[in-house]
Design a protein around this ligand. Structure first.
Ligand code: HMN
Length: 290
């Protein structure tokens, strides 16, 4: 793919009742989202519960999705792990499996120094010929702009998944790093702002659940139909905020089920919703108004 742009769901990974990867539900989810018009996929990230899977399981997810997508849209594979060797192995596998790009959170938990993080990205990005999308996310520790700029100098580093709210830095990245340094806005609540502030695309959890809403938001902003974009974004924010009261990857899967796309269950320690909680979520969505 020349360019990876637009609305890119951070794909959920369906599990069955016993927490096994559910290949059939995965294939159906991919096709459902493509019918809803999404422009790409981001696999086995936070939303994909990647850190709850073994490397072997992550590889199976990648193979199944790439096989089902059949080149219709680009596929970015999140290969992040704390150990560089594990990430490199996943990246090499993603390349062989036919992914279009790889991405990774920085190594986390031990609070690695900037130099260690730089080295991690250098080792990982140069291990394959795929473009590498670095990942700026509060859960793993946000980078400052200067550090993003430093990382952008590594061969194959092609862009950033930017899950921060400081969207003015997207302009800075475009101006100081280059127009072709890809920036993907990662906060679903801020999709309109991200696109308006020059992001090339949006990658996030709720694009698995509300693909049509966000594809419309993206199109409206591009056509400068801001009133409608704003209206849809406000509804989306209300839905997101109601969902964040629970383990929201479980909410996303349950809401997809309501729409006829049974996306299965989450893996522990995430908790699936009880029947009562499901009703509570439904009731809170019903209260949402324009
Ligand atoms: C990923 O799978 O890596 C995520 O999509 C990252 C993404 O930016 C999401 N952040 C997290 O899951 C921590 C957002 O889409 C987020 O879920 C959303 O903005 C709701 O707050």
């Amino acid at each position: 793919y020349e360019e990876i742009k637009g609305v890119i769901p951070a794909l959920i990974t369906p599990f069955d009742h016993e927490e096994n990867f559910d290949e059939m539900r995965m294939r159906k989810t991919v096709n459902w989202l493509l019918e809803e018009g999404v422009h790409g996929f981001y696999l086995t990230g936070s939303t994909g519960e990647g850190f709850l899977m073994t490397p072997e399981e992550r590889k199976v997810v990648v193979e199944v999705v790439v096989d089902e997508v059949k080149g219709r849209v680009p596929v970015i594979v999140h290969v992040g792990a704390i150990g560089t060797k594990i990430s490199i192995d996943l990246a090499k596998h993603a390349e062989k499996a036919g992914a279009d790009a790889v991405s990774s959170v920085p190594p986390f938990y031990w609070r690695f120094s900037d130099d260690a993080i730089f080295q991690y990205y250098e080792d990982l990005a140069t291990a394959t010929s795929l473009p590498m999308i670095i990942y700026n996310v509060p859960l793993a520790g946000l980078f400052g702009f200067d550090f993003i700029k430093r990382l952008s100098g590594i061969p194959h580093v092609h862009g950033v998944k930017y899950t921060a709210y400081t969207h003015q830095d997207i302009h800075k990245a475009k101006a100081q790093i280059g127009k072709d340094f890809m920036v993907y806005s990662g906060a679903d609540e801020m999709a309109v702002s991200g696109i308006l502030n020059e992001a090339d695309g949006i990658i996030g959890s709720f694009y698995s659940m509300l693909p049509d809403v966000f594809v419309n938001i993206y199109d409206h902003v591009k056509k400068e139909e801001f009133k409608e974009a704003q209206r849809l974004q406000k509804i989306a924010v209300d839905i997101i905020e109601a969902s964040l009261k629970f383990d929201y990857y479980a909410v996303i899967k349950v809401a997809m089920k309501w729409m006829g796309m049974d996306a299965g269950y989450v893996r522990r320690p995430f908790r699936n919703l009880t029947a009562e909680q499901e009703e509570a979520v439904k009731a809170s969505y019903r209260e949402i108004r324009d």
